[in-house]
Structures are given as C-alpha cells and as structure tokens.
Ligand binder design. Structure first.
Ligand code: CMP
Length: 138
C-alpha cells in the first residue's frame, strides 16, 4: 500500500508540549490518523526500531536519545503518504529544513529533530508493525 506512512513525535517535542500543534499540522495537510499512542521505549527497543542504522556512528546516541522520554507513534494515511509527509516535516537536519515545515518550527538539533518519517513504503509497513498490532490498524 503506498498510502500509509509512519511517524514518531520525538522526546523533546513531546516534553515541550508540541504534540497538539504537530498533529494539527499533520491533519491540516490532509493525513488521516489511523493509529496513535504514547509509549516510552527502552534503549533496547530503540535499537530494534533503528536497527537499519546500527552501523552508523550516531546509532548509540540515537538509541539513548529516543529512549530518554515518552514519544507518540502514529500510522498516517494519505495518497502519496511517504513523500508528502517528508515534504511536510522538512530535511532531517533542521538547519536545512524549509520554512513552514514541522522540523523548521519544532526541531532543536539533528538528533532532537521533532519527528520521524518513514523513508519508503516498505519501511512504513515495518515501522508501523513495530508499534501496532493488526487489530489496531483500523
Ligand atoms: P530519523 O528520521 O528519525 O532517522 C534517524 C535519526 O538519526 C534521524 O532522524 C536523526 O534524528 C538522527 N541522526 C543523528 N545524527 C545523524 C546523522 N549524522 N545523520 C542522519 N541522522 C542522524
């Protein structure tokens, strides 16, 4: 299915109270929230989620960061979801993010970059299944 993507609102954005504003931007951009929950990952959980990055030099810090506090995980639906969501959130590094994007507005750093967005349809399905059972995928 090419109409779904997966997102996480990361610890700093959640702790700073930006969840409502971010979800509002997501809905106003035409995405339907198909599943959503607040969770707190262990470093081990984060390591499994980001296993694709296990060889990268920032992997250890990324796993520590993503387990430092609660996050919101959600499955989103829209035509062309993966690409359109990446446009909405902006570049991974907020220094490069376009005006009006979620990361431009709410990211603090490359690590604390407010939100995650899946990079492919295949990863969107894998990442959604990490957090949600079949019953929860309405
Ligand atoms: P995300 O889209 O969640 O995917 C992996 C995360 O690693 C990325 O956002 C960044 O927050 C984080 N990260 C930290 N350092 C780097 C880096 N040098 N290059 C890319 N991503 C990085």
């Amino acid at each position: 299915a090419n109409n779904k993507t997966f997102t996480m609102i990361k610890p700093d954005a959640f702790a700073d109270g930006h969840t409502g504003a971010i979800l509002k931007m997501i809905e106003e951009a035409g995405f339907k929230i198909k599943a959503i929950k607040t969770v707190k990952l262990s470093a081990e959980d984060a390591g499994k989620f980001y296993a694709v990055h296990s060889a990268r030099p920032f992997y250890g810090e990324l796993c520590a960061y993503m387990s430092k506090g609660p996050i919101v995980a959600a499955i989103l639906e829209k035509d062309n979801a993966v690409a359109d969501f990446r446009t909405l959130i902006g570049a991974t590094n907020p220094a490069d993010a376009a005006e009006g994007t979620i990361r431009k507005l709410f990211a603090k750093s490359l690590e604390a970059n407010a939100v995650h967005g899946s990079d492919s349809d295949e990863n969107a399905a894998i990442e959604g299944s990490f957090y949600f059972s079949e019953l929860e995928k309405i």
